[in-house]
Design a protein around this ligand. Structure first.
Ligand code: DGT
Ligand code: CA
Ligand code: CA
Ligand code: ZN
Length: 594
C-alpha cells in the first residue's frame, strides 16, 4: 500500500484556507442558528453546505475564489457569496456577528456527550449556562434536575461526563496531533542548521493518546533552531525559550517540547526521550549490570568498574547492540517483554503500512457514509489496495440509516455488478450487523449467508453487566456467519469508556471459532486495544485492520490501525488484510465453512 498522507487523490491543493476549515465554519453557523432557535431549513442549508464543501469533486476553493460557486447544486446565491468572502478574506462577517451573540465558552458545551443544541439552548436560556464551569455549578445545585426536559438522571449523567472530561483534559488523540507532528518535522528538516530530527515520546511510540509532543534535533547551531521553532506560525504561546530546549503551546492547545543536541548525543537523547519511562528504567538497569551508566547524553563505563570496551555509538541500533540487544522498535518500548525478547533474538518483525492489501469495514451513502460505493472503491484503488469491503449498518442502527434485508440484497447486487464492470479494486459485499441485546443478529442467517463476510458490532445497550455483555458477544461469535467482531469494546478515546467485557474470554471464543477481531483504525476508537494483541496473537486469533471509513479520507486512518498492530507485536502474517486478494478469498471461504 502506498504512503497514505501524501496520496495525490486525497490531498487538497495548497491554499490558505482548507476545505476542513470552511466546513468547520459552516457547521458552527448551523449550531449557532440552532441555538438561536432559527428555522430548521436555514440550519439544514448550512449543514448541507458543509457536506458539499467536503465532498465536491472539483477544485472547490478555486471556484469559491472566482465567485463561481452558485453553479454547484445545493449552494444558493447567498451562501456562494458568503463562501467567496470567507475564502478570499479568511473570515465571514455573518459568522463573526453570529459568534458575537454568544460567549466563546458556549462551544465547550458541545463536547459533552448527550448535550445537543436543543438542550444547550434550554440551559443557556433558562439557567444562563454559557460554559462547562456554569454547567457543573447548576448540575450540582440541583437546578438542572428541576428543569423541564432534564431530570435527575440527565443531570447526573452530565456531571459524570464533566468529570470524565476533566480527568482526560490534558490528553489528545494521536490522530488529532499527527498533522501537526508532520508539519513540524517537515519544517525542522528544512532548516539548514538541522542535521537530524525525530519526533520522540509517546508520539514516536504510537500511543493512542498523548499528553505532549517531543522533538529532538541534532544541530551545531541550537540557538538558531530554537529561534526558528518558537517563531513558527502555529505556535500560540511560548513557555520556555532556552538555548537548547523550548516548550510551546500550539494553536490547537497541544503542548510541544523541542530539544537540541549535538550529533554525538543524538542517539542517546532520542532514545531517552522516546521512552517509555518504564523501558528507560529497564535498559538503564541493564547497562548498570554491565558496568555502564546510561543517560540522555551517553553510555559510559562507571568509574572504578570493570566493563567491556565500547564501540562508537552513532545510532539507536548501535546503542541497543552495545547492551547485547536486538534493535527494539519504538512501538514496542513499553517494558512489556520487549527487552527479554530482544536479548533472545525473539522480537517480531512488525507489520508495516505497505503490507496492507485491502480492508473490510467501510460505509457508503447507503447507510451513514458520505461517499458512494464507486467513490470509496476509487479511493481504495488510489491507495494501492487490491480489495475493499463494504459493511454498511444494519436496520437496528436506524440512527445511521441502517439497511434492512431488502436494501442489503439490492446492495449485494450492486456490488456484484460493480465487480463485473470495473477493473480496479475487488469489492466484497458485507454488513456491519448489529448484535442485538440477546446476542442474536440483526439479519436472518439466510441473508447473512449471501454475503462475502459479516462484521458484527454492538451499537446499543452498553450498560449490561460484564457477565451479560460477555455472554451477548460470545453468542454472536458462535454464529458461524460472523467473520469478525467490529470495535470490540465500544470505547471512544477520551470520550466514552469501554462497556464492561471479559476480554480474555472473548479472545478465547474467537480463537475457538476462528473469528477475526478488528483493529478499528479510527483514531477515536483504536479498538481492540494494543495491550491485548500479543496475547490474542499467541492464542492464534487473527487481526483485521479496518478504518471504519465513512468517507474517502477515512481510509487514511489505516495508518493508525497499523500503529496499534505494531504496538500489539503483530507481524504481517497475523493480520488478515495483508493477504493477497486470492488468499483472502480463500480465508473468507474457510471462515464461512468452519
Ligand atoms: P506523554 O504523557 O504522552 O507525553 O508520554 P511521553 O512518554 O511522551 O512522556 P514525556 O513527554 O513526559 O517524556 C518523554 C520521554 O522522556 C518519556 O517517554 C521518557 C523520558 N522521561 C521523561 N521523564 C522521565 C523520568 O523521570 N525518568 C525516565 N527514565 N525517563 C523520563
Ligand atoms: Ca510527550
Ligand atoms: Ca514532553
Ligand atoms: Zn460500528
Amino acid at each position: 500500500m502506498r504512503c497514505l498522507q501524501g496520496s495525490p487523490a486525497l490531498k487538497e491543493k495548497e491554499t490558505d484556507m482548507t476545505r476542513e476549515e470552511i466546513t468547520d465554519v459552516l457547521e458552527e453557523i448551523a449550531l449557532l442558528l440552532e441555538l438561536k432557535g432559527e428555522n430548521p431549513f436555514k440550519v439544514r442549508a448550512y449543514r448541507n453546505g458543509a457536506d458539499i464543501v467536503i465532498n465536491y469533486e472539483g477544485d472547490f476553493i478555486q471556484l469559491a475564489r472566482d465567485n463561481d460557486l452558485a453553479q454547484i447544486k445545493g449552494i444558493g446565491d447567498a451562501l456562494a457569496k458568503k463562501l467567496h468572502e470567507l475564502v478570499t478574506t479568511g473570515s465571514m462577517d455573518y459568522h463573526e456577528k453570529l459568534r458575537a451573540e454568544f460567549p466563546q465558552t458556549i462551544f465547550e458545551l458541545f463536547g459533552i456527550p448527550g448535550l445537543g443544541p436543543k438542550k444547550i439552548k434550554a440551559l443557556h436560556k433558562e439557567l444562563k449556562v454559557a460554559s462547562i464551569a456554569d454547567l457543573k455549578r447548576v448540575c450540582s445545585s440541583g437546578e438542572v434536575a428541576a428543569l423541564s426536559g432534564f431530570g435527575k438522571k440527565t443531570s447526573e449523567k452530565i456531571l459524570e461526563a464533566i468529570a470524565f472530561r476533566e480527568q482526560h483534559a490534558d490528553r489528545f488523540l494521536l490522530g488529532e496531533v499527527m498533522p501537526a507532528v508532520q508539519r513540524i518535522l517537515a519544517d525542522l528538516r528544512s532548516h539548514s542548521a538541522v542535521d537530524q530530527v525525530e519526533a520522540a515520546g509517546s508520539v514516536r511510540r504510537g500511543k493512542e493518546t498523548v499528553h505532549d509532543l517531543d522533538f529532538i534535533v541534532a544541530t551545531t547551531d541550537p540557538e538558531a533552531v530554537m529561534e526558528f521553532f518558537v517563531q513558527r506560525d502555529e505556535v500560540k504561546k511560548v513557555l520556555v525559550h532556552g538555548a537548547t530546549k523550548s516548550s510551546v503551546h500550539l494553536e490547537n492547545g497541544v503542548p510541544c517540547d523541542l530539544r537540541a543536541v549535538s550529533n554525538e548525543d543524538f542517539p542517546f537523547a532520542l532514545n531517552y526521550f522516546t521512552g517509555s519511562k518504564e523501558h528507560n528504567v529497564a535498559i538503564r538497569g541493564r547497562a548498570r549490570d554491565r558496568g555502564y551508566t546510561l543517560n540522555e547524553y551517553r553510555l559510559a563505563p562507571i568509574e572504578g568498574r570493570e566493563a567491556p570496551k565500547l564501540k562508537p555509538i552513532r545510532t539507536e541500533a548501535e546503542l541497543y547492540d552495545a547492551l547485547d540487544l536486538d534493535y527494539v522498535e519504538p512501538a514496542l518500548r513499553e517494558n512489556m517483554g520487549e527487552i527479554e525478547a530482544a536479548e533472545e533474538g525473539q522480537l517480531p518483525k512488525l507489520i508495516e503500512l505497505e503490507n496492507l492489501r485491502g480492508t473490510f469495514h467501510n460505509h457508503t451513502t447507503a447507510s451513514d457514509g458520505k461517499n458512494t460505493l464507486e467513490e470509496m472503491a476509487a479511493a481504495a484503488e488510489d491507495l494501492g489496495l487490491e480489495y475493499l469491503g463494504i459493511a454498511d449498518h444494519s436496520k437496528s442502527s436506524f440512527q445511521a440509516n441502517g439497511l434492512d434485508a431488502e436494501r442489503l440484497l439490492a446492495q449485494i447486487d450492486a456490488i456484484r455488478a460493480y465487480n463485473r464492470s470495473a477493473s480496479g479494486v475487488r469489492v466484497f459485499a458485507g454488513t456491519e450487523c448489529d448484535i442485538l441485546k440477546d446476542g442474536s443478529l440483526d439479519f436472518e442467517d439466510e441473508i447473512l449467508a449471501q454475503l462475502d463476510y459479516v462484521v458484527a458490532s454492538i451499537h446499543n445497550v452498553f450498560t449490561l453487566s460484564e457477565k451479560d455483555q460477555t455472554a451477548r458477544l460470545i453468542k454472536a461469535i458462535e454464529n458461524p456467519h460472523i467473520t469478525m467482531i467490529g470495535h470490540l469494546t465500544g470505547r471512544l478515546l477520551l470520550r466514552r469508556d469501554p462497556y464492561a467485557l471479559n476480554i480474555p474470554k472473548i479472545i478465547d471464543a474467537c480463537a475457538a471459532t476462528g473469528t477475526w477481531i478488528e483493529i478499528n483504525a479510527s483514531p477515536l476508537r483504536l479498538d481492540m486495544d494494543w495491550r491485548w494483541w500479543h496475547r490474542a496473537r499467541d492464542l492464534g486469533v487473527r487481526a483485521v485492520i479496518n478504518p471504519d471509513a465513512h468517507r474517502v479520507e477515512g481510509l487514511q486512518d489505516l495508518y493508525f490501525g497499523v500503529q496499534v498492530a505494531r504496538k500489539g507485536w503483530l507481524r504481517r502474517e497475523d493480520v488478515i488484510n495483508c493477504l493477497s486478494l486470492k488468499q483472502v478469498e480463500k480465508a473468507l471461504e474457510e471462515k464461512a465453512s468452519s
